[in-house]
Design a protein. Structure first.
Length: 166
């Protein structure tokens, strides 16, 4: 019985990672201003992209993205952002939720976020880690993958007695 309860707690925690990603990404409203600062900005119109490099910070309300390099790809036919790619020391923070990886890609049309390279999600003391974490926001699924001999690791703390959880 204890084993079954432990598995249920772990599954609830891992299932919550999709909610985490949805919460982080829904914290970004593309209809509202996003302030992006960096050491350099390049607009490459022929390639339909904008590149921010050097200590990049993107802020909107309580959402913060930091990275070494942020590339924004545009779909001129749709007049919208097609894809965002962050490379190097990627950190996403919103309230008590944090994500980090070496690389992150968000595909707008597919509503998919991929964190790769030492990917880690944390909310409070709970965390999930792997080589790659894929969030399919359209289908409300998430997959955590390891590489080689590495293993996926999840640390999920049960809610304190009398607490409604997070």
């Amino acid at each position: 019985m204890r084993f079954v309860l432990l598995i249920m707690v772990l599954l609830c925690g891992v299932i919550g990672t999709t909610s985490f990603a949805a919460d982080v990404l829904t914290g970004v409203n593309f209809a509202e201003p996003i302030e992006i600062t960096s050491q350099k900005l390049e607009v490459l119109q022929n390639e339909q992209k904008t590149v921010f490099s050097g200590q990049v910070e993107a802020r909107q309300n309580d959402f913060l993205l930091t990275t070494d390099l942020l590339t924004v790809f545009y779909d001129n036919e749709q007049n919208q952002i097609a894809r965002l790619e962050a490379e190097g020391q990627v950190r996403l923070v919103q309230l008590d939720r944090r994500a980090q990886a070496d690389h992150a890609v968000f595909k707008q049309a597919e509503q998919v976020l991929v964190l790769s390279g030492h990917a880690l999600l944390q909310q409070g003391a709970n965390q999930v880690a792997g080589e790659e974490i894929v969030f399919d926001l359209a289908n409300n699924t998430s997959t955590v993958k390891s590489s080689g001999a590495g293993r996926v690791k999840a640390t999920i703390l049960p809610p304190k007695k009398g607490s409604t959880g997070q």
